[in-house]
Ligand binder design. Structure first.
Ligand code: G3H
Length: 482
């Protein structure tokens, strides 16, 4: 099955991958090339963004709120006209299925409209009175400066815009570096950007991090580093800023979200949600379930039924109807997953499903691993791909202790039916992660919900509501109440 579909995919007359280098090392057909810009371009975008911001005195940060809203409305209107084209690129460039690509586009349009609405309600120009101390205060929200935005490949539109849109609407100017996969989908949007915003407000730069993002950070002109991706890049970039105490960070990073399946869980529901949670977009989501803890009394049945279901999942080209599993944009991902499987098998785990681990060029079929333990890499690493480690537990304290020891703390899924067990557990779980999903898989949406994490999973909070606050500072004018 995997072979058949891949041949069709790689043999398609429609090219598949984008790359920022003219000499692609990717096996599937090349979709297009974009030159990797260098230091000189980096300095140009810094100077353009800085000029448009001009220490808060520039055209954009001083523009009337209603006019900034008009720019945003022009943009979203023109963006809507690019839907078919952008959705095509989402499928071709990152291998996202048609319904998920359409969902990403529509969700992003909604995100922009909702952000505009939220911006109108922001605590700006509202009076605050502190009668007892005799003070009147007029509160405002102001921009922070030049923002460097780095978006991820798995949501090149939605998550990138979740940084870009609130940053701009608050009056900041932005330098935006898209991920390597998902860069071409910006081309249909270029005209909309140009028609909607004054020069210097959004500055897009392509290229390798060390060649473009490093010089931008070293310039010392960046006020906010907004990144969704991995902590290694975030730390490296932060360290390059000559005055990092002044740098605000807004980061969405790694996670190892667990599912905990209690002995009384509705098994059909738990299995279905764990399939969606682990394998939507092949597990390439920071919110994906990345480890499953199953109570030992139901582990045998859960594992058998789960493994059977995984083997039956439809694999195909992103544009084919009904596919869940699609090829992986990162060419070396199958080898990385294979190394995790080898390591787990070496330490005593077995692959439970027949097709698990079958490799074909840029695809590896999801592998269900059991029993997984602390000796194994897959127990600790964020796999960000199609491998599902399962751990069985006797006492609920075992998964709770693991979560407490983990470096991550984004979300958890809890499956069970007895409210007397669930209620106290929730009280414990909310202090370990930032979102508890009851009898459902982990996810970021609806986009109005706060999106953040504890420990190494996040810095700051995103969401329609929170991002406007993250990308701004509250200022006020105080006067004595005479
Ligand atoms: O990569 C992490 C994404 O924020 C996941 O978003 O839960 O909506 O798929 P999602």
């Amino acid at each position: 099955l995997v072979d058949g579909v891949l041949k069709k995919w790689t043999g398609a007359t429609t090219p598949v991958y984008s790359t920022i280098s003219s000499t692609s090392d990717y096996a599937p057909t090349l979709l297009g090339t974009i030159p990797s810009m260098g230091e000189e371009s980096a300095f140009e975008v810094v100077s353009a963004a800085e000029k448009a911001y001009d220490n808060g005195q520039g055209l954009w940060p001083t523009m009337k709120v209603v006019d900034r809203i008009k720019c945003m409305e022009t943009f979203v209107t023109q963006m809507k006209a690019t839907r078919t084209e952008v959705v095509k690129y989402l499928m071709w460039e990152i291998g996202k299925s048609l319904p998920d690509s359409e969902k990403e586009f529509d969700r992003t349009v909604d995100y922009i409209y909702d952000t505009i609405e939220d911006y109108k309600q922001l605590d700006r120009n509202s009076a605050r009175f502190t009668k007892s101390q005799g003070v009147n205060a007029m509160v405002r929200r102001g921009p922070l400066g030049v923002v460097l935005c780095l978006g991820p490949y798995n949501y090149p539109l939605n998550e990138t815009f979740a940084l870009l849109i609130p940053a701009i609407i608050m009056g900041n100017t932005v330098i935006f570096k898209p991920a390597k996969h998902g860069v071409l989908l910006l081309s249909p949007l270029m005209e909309a950007f140009q028609n909607s915003f004054p020069k210097g407000v959004i500055n897009i730069i392509y290229g390798r991090g060390r060649e473009v993002a490093s010089p931008i950070m070293k310039s010392g002109k960046v006020a906010v580093l907004a990144l969704i991706g991995n902590s290694t890049s975030a730390i490296a970039l932060q360290d390059q800023h000559p005055n990092k105490n002044r740098l605000r960070l807004i980061l969405g990073l790694e996670a190892k979200n667990p599912a905990i399946v209690l002995a009384d869980a509705d098994l059909d529901l738990a299995i279905q949600e764990c399939i969606t949670g682990t394998l939507s977009f092949n597990g390439q989501r920071c919110t994906a379930l990345k480890i499953i803890y199953v109570h030992e009394s139901i582990a045998t049945e859960f594992n058998r039924r789960f493994a059977e279901k995984v083997d039956a999942l439809p694999f195909g080209n992103p544009w084919e109807e009904g596919v869940l599993l699609t090829p992986l944009p990162e060419q070396d991902k199958p080898n990385y997953i294979k190394a995790l499987l080898d390591d787990a098998q070496l330490h005593g785990a077995a692959i439970l499903n027949t097709k698990g681990g079958q490799i074909s060029e840029n695809y590896i079929f999801p592998a269900v691993l059991f029993p997984v333990n602390k000796e194994m890499r897959v127990y600790h690493e964020e796999q960000f791909g199609p491998v599902i480690p399962i751990v069985s537990f006797k006492n609920i304290q075992e998964p709770l202790d693991d979560m407490a020891e983990s470096n991550y703390g984004q979300q958890v899924s809890l499956f069970g039916q007895d409210i007397r067990t669930i209620a106290p557990l929730i009280d414990t779980l909310v202090n370990l992660v930032c979102r508890v999903n009851l009898n459902s898989s982990c996810q970021r949406g609806p986009d109005i919900y706060p999106f953040t994490g504890r420990k190494d999973s996040a810095v700051g909070t995103l969401s329609i509501h929170d991002a406007l606050r993250s990308f701004s500072i509250r200022t006020f004018v105080a006067s004595k109440d005479n």
